[in-house]
Design a protein. Sequence first.
Length: 164
Amino acid sequence: MSADPTISAPPGWYEDPEAPDVLRWWDGHRWSETGFAPKPLQGWGPPAPDATNRIARWARTVFFWALGVGVCFWLLPMMLTFLPDPRAQTVGVVLVWIGGLPAFVLMVLAIVFGAIGAHRAGQLDGIGRGAALTGLFGGIGLLAAPALLALVAPLLALGFVASN
């Protein structure tokens, strides 16, 4: 190969203009006569060290824990607060306060791990995308559930009172 005066690229490895499947050294003035290096194949070789996207699996696991804790110690006790019995309301408020914080922390962790896992899934050709999205959207849904319950429960209670 000869020098090409129109090329002003900095020195480095570039695709060989005559054989695009290999790399050739450009010294800034001319192509090397020897020292061909094979061009790396895309997607070939052992998987990346974290090709399993562990954080996406964590997002899904934390979401299911948040679901269990949230239903048992947040949503169900919140429903107790809408009952007419003052003792049931008191138990509901106490359980909401006790179970609300761990449920909230787990939901936020599911969202954060889900967002990170979804980003990594994009880098790993989709590995763990489903688990990451389960954590992300599941955590968001669980955070929205008490607000929706707080809006719907009084309407249901009004319908129940009006029918009696």
